[in-house]
Design a binder for this molecule. Sequence first.
Ligand SMILES: *Cc1c(COP(=O)(O)O)cnc(C)c1O
Length: 395
Amino acid sequence: MNFQPNERGYWGEFGGRFVPETLMSPLEELTSAYFAIRDDSEFQAEFLNLLQDFSGRPTPLFYAKRLSETLGGAKIYLKREDLGHTGSHKINNAIGQVLLAKRMGKKRIIAETGAGQHGVATATVCALFGLECVVYMGTEDMRRQELNVFRMRLLGAEVRGVDSGSKTLKDAINEALRDWVTNVDTTYYLLGSALGPHPYPLMVRDFQSHIGKEARQQILEKEGRLPDLLVACVGGGSNSIGLFHPFLQDENVQMIGVEAGGKSSKLGEHAARFMEGGKVGVLQGTKSYLLQDDRGNISLTHSISAGLDYASIGPEHAYLHDLGRVEYVSANDEEALKAFQTLSQTEGIIPALESSHGIAHAIKIAPEMSPNEIMVVNLSGRGDKDVNQVQEMLA
Ligand SMILES: *Cc1c(COP(=O)(O)O)cnc(C)c1O
């Protein structure tokens, strides 16, 4: 089984490059630059060095003993991406792409952000290298995530509010693409998830694969064997594909991606692309499953967690779904909110609301598994950013 895309960036029928003509040659330039560094040991050594010394990798693989024993089933390990610099896995991709931008001689970095996590990670790495940084963010998201807006500004980035459409992530991506078209000679577009036109889904997955490579080595050291099951939440799909990818060839390792079930299974009230309403289509440069109505209009989405609140999913996930290699389920807002509290109280770890969706599913299925079975859950980020929101919801 081959899990690499073809030279046009397709996994089966998914992926590709659906962009205006003006972006074709910059994307080709980016693809050549990426393939030049992909097997370049000097680049990879510099990347690894920053992952270690700047971000604190490898992140631990932690045995959640009290959670496992309380549930009375599978042995649950947590991959602690919450302990990485800036508090989530997003930093891995930001470091990788900024290094690539430097190689390409670009001095200006642009990015989109939803909740602000990717914007903060990008602003952080730009500060590290003294690069100009512009982050596009929907004004609705700016209102909801004031503190992250302040963080980005503190780090020296310019945050540009986007007032069109639903004033959220989708609109911010459109603005970032528009900026890129205009300033393509000087500017590098640093996309935040395993989404968008080729080569982004491949490149982001590769940069995030350190999660799975480490987890594999760590579980072999701790248990002397591979896990039975991997679980991760899926927004655009980068933390999950980062964990899953190094295990895809291992037939005995099962994988579950957890989407945001939102308030209900009604279209518009969730962000689960593999639930009803999710159909194959093209959004923001790539062909994948996306939430749309009967006329093909992109549907509104809802999730308690801003990081999972997006109408489309990375093309490699669409492929793995159709292949049946990865199972996709959803956890709803209420289950995620409960898991947020459960993990806090059993392990002393406050998870991000995104990650809480993965934890919620682990809580659901662990009791049906045997204590001889091993599950690894990707704890994609820490929950500090969500504490105010949860406080309001619980009041
Ligand atoms: C952004 C984010 C996600 C969702 O993005 P993916 O690309 O699907 O990983 C999940 N968890 C956290 C903590 C995030 O910040």
